[in-house]
Write a protein that binds this ligand. Structure first.
Ligand code: MRU
Length: 347
C-alpha cells in the first residue's frame, strides 16, 4: 500500500534476535499514521483485542508474528493469542500454521502467502469489475466495513479488485466510484475512505442506513464485502450490517460478492450457525470518542458481526477465482492447504 511516497504494510516484523511486531495503529487513523510495537505475546493479543489491527487477514498475520515472540512456549502463545478475538478465522489459521514451528521464517512465509492471495483476489475481481463496467458503463461499488490493505496486510480483500481495476483503468475508461458505509460503531469506513483517498479513487461515505436508498435507486452496480469467516456451505460472517446489505442487494437485483482468501474459509464448520459471533463492550455504542451519547440507565447490545446466508451471495472472489458456494469445499480441500502451498512453493 502506497501512502504518499512510502510503501506500507499493515504489520511487519522488525529487528533481529528477540525482535518485535510493528503494526500501523488503526485506532489512530484517519487522524495520524503512527505505528505501535509489541514485544510480548500478551501485548500482541491485547493489540488485536483492542483493534489496533483489524480485518481478518491482518489479524492472522499479526498472530503469526506473535507466535514468533512466544516461540519458547508455543502452546501457551497459541492459547493467549487464540483468546484475542473469536470470529476471524484467520487468527486460528495462523496459529495452527505456526504452532508446530514458530520461527520468523515460517511467519514471513505465512504473511507472504496472505499478500499473494490478496493480489490474486485483486486480479480476479478486477476482471469481474471490467465485465460489470462494460455491461453498465459504470462501476459503482458499495462496500461495508474495512477490507482494504490495512485489513489484509496489503492489497485488501474487497478493495483489492477496486485497486487493481483502477490501476488498469483506461481499457474501458470507466472510473470506479466506491460507496463507503461508515460502519458504526467503530467507523471502519473511515479507514476505507482514508485508503481510497491515498489511492486517488473516487468515493463517498454514506451512513449505514443509506444502503436501501442507494440500492433501490440503482446507485450501486455491485456490492463487494470482505469476510471474517466463511463456513463450508458458503455462509459468511462479516462486520455487523453485512447481512442487511446482502438482502437488500438481492431484492434490488444487484450482485453481491464476498472477497476473501482461503485462510478465512473454515471447512470444519458445516454452516454459519456454528460461527461464534464476537460481542463487544457496550461503550462502543453508547459513547463516541469518550463522550456519552445516551442517558444514564441505557444499555446496548453490540454484536460485532452477522452471518449472511450463502443464498444471498452471488460469488466468492478468492485467490483461485470467482467461485460459487458449492465450489468452496472441493477447491480448498484438503484442509491443510497451507501445508500444500508450502511444499509446492506457492506461498
Ligand atoms: O472488527 P473488525 O474491524 O476486525 O472487522 C473487520 C471486518 O469485518 C472486515 O470486513 C473483514 O475482516 C474482512 S477484511 C479483510
Amino acid at each position: 500500500m502506497k501512502v504518499g511516497e512510502r510503501e506500507f504494510r499493515a504489520v511487519w516484523w522488525e529487528g533481529d534476535g528477540e525482535g518485535r511486531v510493528v503494526m500501523i495503529d488503526q485506532r489512530r487513523l484517519p487522524h495520524e499514521l503512527v505505528t505501535v510495537a509489541a514485544r510480548t505475546v500478551e501485548e500482541v493479543a491485547f493489540l488485536i483485542m483492542d483493534m489496533a489491527v483489524r480485518g481478518a487477514p491482518t489479524i492472522g498475520a499479526t498472530a503469526a508474528y506473535g507466535m514468533v515472540l512466544g516461540r519458547d512456549d508455543p502452546k501457551r502463545a497459541a492459547n493467549i493469542l487464540g483468546k484475542a478475538r473469536p470470529t476471524a478465522r484467520d487468527l486460528f489459521t495462523a496459529i495452527e500454521w505456526m504452532v508446530k514451528e514458530p520461527s520468523r521464517e515460517r511467519a514471513e512465509a505465512y504473511v507472504e502467502g496472505i499478500v499473494a492471495r490478496c493480489r490474486m483476489i485483486g486480479e480476479h475481481g478486477a476482471e469481474l469489475l471490467g465485465r460489470i463496467a462494460a455491461d453498465r458503463g459504470r462501476a459503482n461499488v458499495l462496500t461495508h466495513c474495512h477490507a482494504g490493505a490495512l485489513a489484509a496486510v496489503d492489497h485488501g480483500t474487497a478493495l483489492a479488485p477496486i485497486h487493481a481495476y483502477a490501476r488498469g483503468m483506461g481499457a474501458d475508461g470507466v472510473r470506479p466510484l466506491v460507496w463507503v458505509d461508515e460502519t458504526r460503531p467503530r467507523l471502519q469506513g473511515a479507514i476505507t475512505a482514508w485508503e481510497l483517498s491515498a489511492a486517488g479513487i473516487d468515493h463517498k461515505v454514506v451512513v449505514d442506513n443509506a444502503a436501501g436508498h442507494l440500492l433501490s435507486h440503482g446507485e450501486a452496480d455491485v456490492v463487494i464485502v470482505g469476510a471474517d469467516r466463511i463456513a463450508a456451505n458458503g455462509d459468511v460472517a462479516n462486520k455487523v450490517g453485512t447481512y442487511g446489505k446482502a438482502v437488500l442487494a438481492k431484492e434490488h437485483g444487484v450482485p453481491f460478492y464476498v472477497a476473501a482468501p482461503s485462510t478465512t474459509i473454515d471447512l470444519s464448520l458445516p454452516d454459519g450457525s456454528h460461527i461464534e459471533i464476537e460481542e463487544r463492550g457496550e461503550s462502543e455504542v453508547l459513547e463516541l470518542r469518550g463522550r456519552q451519547l445516551f442517558g444514564a440507565g441505557t444499555h446496548a447490545f453490540n454484536p460485532a458481526f452477522d452471518v449472511t446466508p450463502a443464498r444471498f451471495v452471488t460469488g466468492y472472489i478468492t485467490e483461485s477465482g470467482v467461485l460459487q458456494a458449492e465450489q468452496l469445499e472441493p477447491t480448498f480441500r484438503p484442509r491443510d492447504k497451507l501445508e500444500n502451498d508450502r511444499t509446492t512453493g506457492d506461498t
